[in-house]
Ligand binder design. Structure first.
Ligand code: TMP
Length: 204
């Protein structure tokens, strides 16, 4: 008998479709699955999200510390209790986003980020992570077509989005068992089917 529920995370650059795909998986798994996001997920962490997304002039280190603060609250208040109650938890972004955004894009020392991630989560690591991969050119053009409101990070240069993608690809390479790299240029239905197949593989 499993000690706790399964912890699944979704990652990807802007416009990769991870939010849609995490919602689709949650719908398939039903009401027992908890869908949440980072930064955010609890009242305190959502307030930190607002500061994080709307503060122009914020430094990469301030970003990192805000993310860590939001994460520790989220893990302790919501994620761990749900896993303990044997619920499946699906989180839209988690520790790998910090490596990609604050590490590769923000140029903060990766060893420090890993240490802080470990401290903020008390060692909680996802069981499965889906990285929805596509080029930043396609991701950004998709987002513009979708008319999604653009936040501070969406407005950054193509170069910055390239660094984030590079970060995700290197994290995927370093964690081949946990991380499933999914080609996000495929149709949403094909991406969903690939995710479901990986999930079923893990569960059975
Ligand atoms: P979202 O657009 O997926 O809701 O994510 C909000 C933004 O937060 C996104 O631009 C990526 C950023 N982010 C980081 O920079 N570091 C992190 O650790 C996380 C979780 C998100």
């Amino acid at each position: 008998m499993a000690q706790r529920g399964i912890f699944i995370t979704f990652e990807g650059i802007e416009g990769s479709g991870k939010t849609t795909q995490s919602q689709r998986l949650a719908t398939v798994l039903g009401p027992d699955a908890l869908l949440t996001r980072e930064p955010g997920g609890t009242h305190i962490s959502e307030q930190i999200r607002d500061i994080f997304l709307t503060s122009d002039g914020i430094t990469p280190m301030t970003e990192l510390l805000l993310i860590a603060a939001a994460r520790t609250q989220h893990v302790n208040e919501l994620i761990r209790p749900a896993l303990h109650a044997k619920r499946t938890v699906i989180c839209d972004r988690f520790i790998d986003a910090t490596v990609a955004y604050q590490g590769y894009r923000g140029d903060i020392d990766l060893a420090f980020i890993h240490q802080l991630n470990h401290t903020a989560t008390d060692g909680l690591t996802p069981d499965i992570t889906f990285i929805l991969d596509l080029s930043p050119e396609i991701g950004l053009s998709r987002q513009q077509q979708g008319g999604v409101p653009r936040d501070r990070l969406d407005r950054e240069s193509l170069e910055s989005h390239r660094k984030v993608r590079e970060g995700y690809l290197s994290v995927a390479k370093a964690n081949p068992h946990r991380i499933k790299l999914i080609d996000a240029t495929q149709s949403p239905d094909t991406v969903h089917a690939a995710i479901l197949a990986e999930y079923q593989d893990y569960v059975w």
